[in-house]
Each structure stands twice: as structure tokens, then as C-alpha cells.
Design a protein around this ligand. Structure first.
Ligand SMILES: [Zn+2]
Length: 316
């Protein structure tokens, strides 16, 4: 049994062949090169599928369908990609284009939802419910309830980054203010670090970034905190407060068995996980319950998106 998953990103398109152990056994990628017509991107994807099949001695008949994770709202009923602004499209009939080229059914899902699904199905969790919170440029999310991905009535569910953490707070890329991602994303942490640097010329951040605030990354703050630098320790304390506030609200809403934290920031490991667990445990409404959501770190990194796309709509 094989599956094929494609992760359509703003920079790269990556296709992966997945075997019955739910492992990516081969992969191929091309540059997305936006803006260009969707027909061309579909041509590229069909070529990638054929390449992977040929390289592994397989043919189209070995695949039940091809799954694609897309960086926008993925209308599962019409097969349209909606609000795909970062690819240069408002609304594009994507599924028919790829089905025509492959002669196979094509399933689509939002990329963050697909990554959540991939993490869940490949993570082999006995629990039936999980929220995925991805801390990267923004904050992405995915909701798994009763072992199924919940994409919402209009397929736009799981936008955790745009729930309000602070009314009238700092501006967000979505046009509103005070969104969770304006405080809890990697971008937000970098912004908080630069502000602190402007006020504090003695912080080790100046050394770690070679005197250029533009070189600060989320990791720079974690590195600084490890040296005991007061500014970095305070920055992280505040940052994990924001994260715990947001995640506590999500737990209060869904009461999932698991909250899986992924994205670039999650590579900080225990330095992130420990304070997040402690602070969330104090904040959640169910703090006195006999059992509560377990916060874990994502295991699959970028592979989650391909795996989740490959297994969209399949049993967990
Ligand atoms: Zn927002």
C-alpha cells in the first residue's frame, strides 16, 4: 500500500511517497516560482508524482488518490483553493486540473491542517483528540476530534493564530489587533527581542547577533537565556506567558487529550516545553480536574505536512 502527498508551499513544492508503515520513502521537490499559472504548477506536480512512481517501480494504479496540502482555505467539496493570496490567486479550481493530469482522485486540505493530521497519524497516539499549534512565521493550527480532522463548515477551521489575546493590542497581518500570533509566533518573539535591544545595550543579544538586530532569530533569545542573560530570561518568561494564555484558551474550548506544539520555535525543546507546561497547568479552567491535556512537542518537522496530505481522509 502506498500513498502520495504533496506540500504546496510559497517557496517549494515537495512530493513524498509514503509506504504502509506511514513513512516517507522517497521525495522530490521543485521551486514554486510564484506568480505563475496554476496549470503550470499542476504540470509540475503531475511530473513529480510520475517521477516518484517510476523511481520506485510503481504506477498510478498503486495509489488510491493523491493528497495535496495547500497554503490557503482548501474547499474539499468544490476542490477550489480559496484566498490563496500568497500564491497569487483569489479562488482557483485546483483539484480538477490535477485530476485531469493524473487520472486519479485528488484530495486537498489546508497545509496546517494537513501537518496536524500527519503528526497525529504518524505519531501513533492512543488518544483520540489533539490540537496542533505551529509556532513559526505565524501561528498555524489543526484540530483533531474523535480521530478525525475537523476543517470546519467552510474548511477554514484551526486558525488559532487569529484568536484575540489582547483587545486593541499590537497589529496583526490579518488586519486586526491583538491576535495570538502577534504575541506568540517566532516573528513576534523576534520583534520583542529587537525592542528590548533598543532599550538595553548590555544584553548578550547584541553579541549573539553580531551587532545587527536584523540577524536575531527566535533561537537567539533561547541561546541568550541559557547564558543567564537577564533580558533574554525576561523575554522568554513573557513570551511563554503569551503562549500559555493562548494555549489555555484552546484547552478550555476543546479539552483535547493532547496539545502538540510544532514549528521552528518548538526546536528549543525543554526550554520551551517546561515553562509552557507549568504555566498552562495554572491557567486552565480545568486545573483541578483529575486529568488534563498533555502538552507535547511535534516529532515530524516538515515531514508532517507531506504525510498528512498523503493520508487526508484516511483512517488514523
Ligand atoms: Zn490576526
Amino acid at each position: 500500500m502506498y500513498w502520495m502527498g504533496i506540500d504546496l508551499g510559497g517557496t517549494n513544492i515537495v512530493a513524498g511517497l509514503v509506504d504502509e508503515t506511514r513513512t516517507i520513502v522517497d521525495r522530490v521537490s521543485v521551486k514554486t516560482r510564484v506568480p505563475r499559472p496554476m496549470e503550470e504548477m499542476a504540470d509540475d506536480m503531475a511530473d513529480m508524482v510520475r517521477t516518484l512512481l517510476a523511481r520506485n517501480g510503481l504506477n498510478m494504479g498503486d495509489l488510491p488518490f493523491v493528497g495535496v496540502g495547500v497554503p490557503c482555505t482548501a474547499n474539499e467539496e468544490t476542490g477550489h483553493m480559496e484566498d490563496a493570496n500568497n500564491l497569487g490567486f483569489d479562488d482557483v479550481a485546483f483539484v480538477p486540473l490535477l485530476e485531469e493530469r493524473l487520472g486519479l482522485p485528488v484530495r486537498i486540505g489546508n497545509d496546517a491542517n494537513a501537518a496536524a493530521w500527519g503528526e497525529f497519524v504518524a505519531g501513533d497516539y492512543p488518544e483520540g483528540s489533539m490540537l496542533m499549534v505551529t509556532l513559526g512565521t505565524g501561528i498555524g493550527g489543526g484540530i483533531i476530534l474523535n480521530r478525525k480532522l475537523w476543517s470546519g463548515y467552510n474548511f477554514a477551521a484551526g486558525e488559532f493564530g487569529h484568536m484575540t489575546l489582547c483587545m486593541d493590542g499590537v497589529p496583526c497581518t490579518c488586519g486586526r489587533r491583538g491576535c495570538f500570533e502577534a504575541y506568540g509566533s517566532a516573528t513576534a518573539l523576534i520583534c520583542q527581542a529587537r525592542q528590548r535591544m533598543a532599550e538595553d545595550k548590555t544584553t548578550i543579544l547584541w553579541q549573539l547577533c553580531g551587532g545587527d538586530p536584523m540577524q536575531v532569530e527566535a533561537k537567539t533569545v533561547f541561546d541568550g537565556a541559557q547564558t543567564g542573560d537577564t533580558a533574554c530570561v525576561e523575554l522568554l518568561d513573557r513570551y511563554t506567558d503569551y503562549l500559555a494564555e493562548g494555549i489555555s484558551s484552546l484547552i478550555n474550548l476543546f479539552q483535547p487529550a493532547l496539545v502538540c506544539v510544532g514549528g521552528g520555535v518548538s526546536r528549543a525543546g525543554d526550554a520551551l516545553l517546561r515553562p509552557l507546561r507549568e504555566k498552562t497547568a495554572e491557567k486552565i479552567y480545568s486545573r483541578n480536574a483529575k486529568r488534563n491535556a498533555r502538552i507535547v512537542l511535534a516529532r515530524l518537522g516538515n515531514d508532517a505536512g507531506i504525510l498528512g496530505a498523503a493520508l487526508l481522509g484516511e483512517d488514523s
